[in-house]
Ligand binder design. Sequence first.
Ligand code: BGC
Ligand code: CA
Length: 427
Amino acid sequence: MKKKVLALTLTAAMMLSMAACSSGGNASDAPQDNGGGETAEVANKDKPLVWFNRQPSNSSTGELDMTALNYNDSTYYVGFDANQGAELQGTMILDYVKANIDTIDRNGDGIIGYVLAIGDIGHNDSIARTRGVRAALGTAVEKDGAIVSDPVGSNADGSATAVKDGSLEVNGKTYTVRELASQEMKNSAGATWDAATAGNAIGTWASSFGDQIDVVASNNDGMGMSMFNAWSKANKVPTFGYDANADAVAAIAEGYGGTISQHADVQAYLTLRVLRNALDGVDIDTGIGTEDDAGNVLSDDVYYYDEAARSYYALNVAVTADNYTEFTDSTKVYAPVSNQLDASAHPEKSVWLNIYNAADNFLSATYQPLLQNYDDLLNLKVEYIGGDGQTEANITNRLSNPSAYDAFAINMVKTDNAASYTALLNQ
Ligand code: BGC
Ligand code: CA
């Protein structure tokens, strides 16, 4: 029988997780089964909780919200390594430019112009990608030791202060690289990463910049594909996104420049797996770094765990014309973790899970279908709630009876708002 940690103050919880980190131990204790197959009455505040896709953090500084990440001893975050992915995205674009240097400069003025669609200026994934593109293309400027990620609006003459003109030498010739324009793709109702807004923006940019635009970069595929379909495909301008949604991968055959897989197949598994393990009262590494009784295990080239941040991060892979045929089905479970759990050893449990914006391309077309494949394999009965992408209340209003669920998986609208959810579990 595991020892149950009863009351933890935040400081004690943090010390415990740090101690566990240095000793290689495991700070997680799960609600216990009473032996009769029925879970003993567990208070909502003690039930397993996983944050995913939007890491509890300060939307202006990026600082992690450790209170939310340590909400109870079965709380985790599942996402992906935003910096590693951002660097890959930047490198992918730079490599493309170099490999196509003879044709990339459409108006031949020696300036390689690009436009950038920003998803959400307060979302750490979006910030990382903006930085990654600017760093690789030489247009980044730093402030207080970090690359500025603010949108420039319009920067026709290169005078914007949030970026600078980069310089690129290929085959003995020096080119200028300029971020001609960038903006946050937020619609009038407040939804961010908004694909329709990006589709409109490229129209505006194309009419003011025309053939000065040589490359289109986007913080995600939803916006990238919207711009590709509206303009860049017809004008043969390479467009780069992120997420490896199936439609974007397929578009690589038609000139979409490339995308990044954030290994959603691994993330969706981890999202539900940490809940399963906590509910089973087993070591949190079960079926993750340690093979489970059904043979599921992940290797460390696809994810890592940061104990201090209670966070699992999947690793990213670039998807380009060279390898895209391996990524055409974005909703296929990851083979090493595709084995069905035995229902007598892992009885059905119910999970409440929300997607912050039912209209988000990545979450609705890639992540949720994956979750729906894994919930069966893990014997979890998941209730999926789709939000409007604008207000937390639209989602929290639909968690009126947390006692009806064994565990929770939460995707916040705004990364600052973890307390709107935990408040419901504290009651
Ligand atoms: C994805 C975006 C998505 C966002 C939602 C990101 O990780 O790349 O496509 O809009 O998550 O939070
Ligand atoms: Ca040019």
